[in-house]
Design a protein around this ligand. Sequence first.
Ligand code: C2E
Ligand code: MG
Ligand code: MG
Length: 599
Amino acid sequence: MSLGYAPLLGAVLALSLSALGMQTWLAWRRLRRTRQAYDLAMLAAHDGVWEWNPITKELHAGNRLLEILGYREDFLSDTHAWLKLVHPDDLDRYNAAVSAHLKGNTEFFYCEYRVRASDGSFHWIASRGIAVRDRRGRAYQMVGSVTDISERRSYQETMEFLAQHDVLTGLPNRLLLAETLGAAITNADRRRARLAIVFIDLDRFKNINDTLGHRAGDQLLQSVAQRLQGALPAGCTLFRQGGDEFIILMAPVGDLSQAVAAANQLRELITTPFTGAGQTFFTSASIGISLYPDDAADGETLLRNADTAMYEAKSAGGNAIRTHTEQMNERLQARVRLESDLREAVVKNEFSLHFQPQIDLASGRLCGAEALLRWQHDGRMIPPDEFIPVAEDTGLIIPIGDWVAEHAIARIVEWRQRFGEMPPIAINLSPRQFWRPGLARGLLDKMRAAGLPMSALEVEVTESVLLHADTGALNELDSLREAGVRVALDDFGTGYSSLFYLRRLPISVLKIDRSFINDLGNSERSGSDALVQAIIAMAHSLSLKVVAEGIETTGQHEHLGRLGCDVGQGYLFSRPLPAEQFCEQFLVDRSGPPKRNQG
Ligand code: C2E
Ligand code: MG
Ligand code: MG
């Protein structure tokens, strides 16, 4: 064709095309090109294509889609036929994804679901598509593609399974437990129901492992798992927590007795001998039970409580069941009993003061003593570490503290009358005693009323007193020190204060905690030597006197002497002694060196 005719021909063509509808033609051409490209792409990608009319429900599945599923002929004429192939568990999800896209809520349609293949098995497919809409936005066509993702899915499922299951027993593991427990708690909350954790630990499992070998141990674990799994009551799931620990989640559970009854059956099951590989194994289990929401407000605490209940069962000799509830009740009752007994202790005159000497390390002479509270109750001596915290919690430390001060002062008066001038006696003050204003004034008044010089008394406080500067503790201590009562910082090194912070405190004495003294001489391991040396040097630079607490050996004694420590207190010199005995041993004859290892 020569170029001269071209415009004419173009005009003719244009005219005839406009009759057909230029727009339609262009659209058709575009579509055909897209279609070819699309088909090519599908071929290359091994994907199947489909086209669906959401109004008439007509469906056209490409050959590749049929091939993926192993069908020979195209029987997929409409939606109905397709939906029959979709896995019933995936149907809702699939329908929701389609309708969301038809409504225009999603930019693309995408769904991973299972479809039945010709051999009856289910294939995982990923289907993606897009709707073609009219001007009002109504979808009149949907086209898309399908990829066979069975392999990826099965790989993914294996990975997920392995991550959440124990390889040895095939049981769900602790990861899955955490997940399941979270969901079970939500469910229990919704239904206002209870659930229980039954924590099972095999007794002496390590023995079996050590004596019969790991193979035997593994075999026993497998047998236990199988036996428990086979006898689980309804609503129970068995997990392997790790090692020889199994956990059963009972959700829902009526009450504690139901959980205990079930646990008892399982316990008996475990004590029935196991046979395998020509051997018979005997084992038993310690079981702890905790209940939600009775024993804990969250899964983690619930598990921990079941664990501690299990330990109780174990310490009771094993082959036993303990519940967290009864443990808690017991502890609570013991505490209530202690509290009410403590209230009566002052009236019943059950307290006494013991005195522990403090020795000047350079001269070996008595240079002070600490008064320590003793509670003789029901024929036993209750240690201060047990009752002081209760006294602090209940506020009973206020009257008890007053009792201590009064009795210590009375002793000082008595001894001074007998022996004249003597080193100061220290009493311990609790942080709680500073909450009430006037602590210093009260003590000073008592000293004045007794006609004693203030230097006859020393007070010991721990770092926690000084931490809460807002309680006015610093002012109280200031007044004491100004009046002449020495203030000692007790248990130094166990708290928070930096050495630098000490500069600002109204203290005259630093008592190094006995944990540091304990470690003295083991310097390679603990570094205590260097630390104690540094504490002593620093305290001296602040003109503080240093007392070492808990000296038990001559080695520690000598070591502290070399480090320049001023004063020592500890079992090496004497345990805390009843007043008369202390007086006898340390006040009657104060000329010689201290007697060691008394009491
Ligand atoms: P603390 O004030 O640090 O008293 C020293 C503790 O160490 C005493 O224990 C004493 O018996 C013990 N101890 C002394 N030398 C040695 C030793 O060589 N080795 C060992 N292992 N321990 C030694 P205790 O009498 O059981 O008192 C324990 C804590 O109870 C005291 O620690 C003090 O914080 C508190 N406490 C005692 N009496 C009172 C009191 O009247 N009021 C207040 N608020 N607390 C008191
Ligand atoms: Mg003390
Ligand atoms: Mg101490």
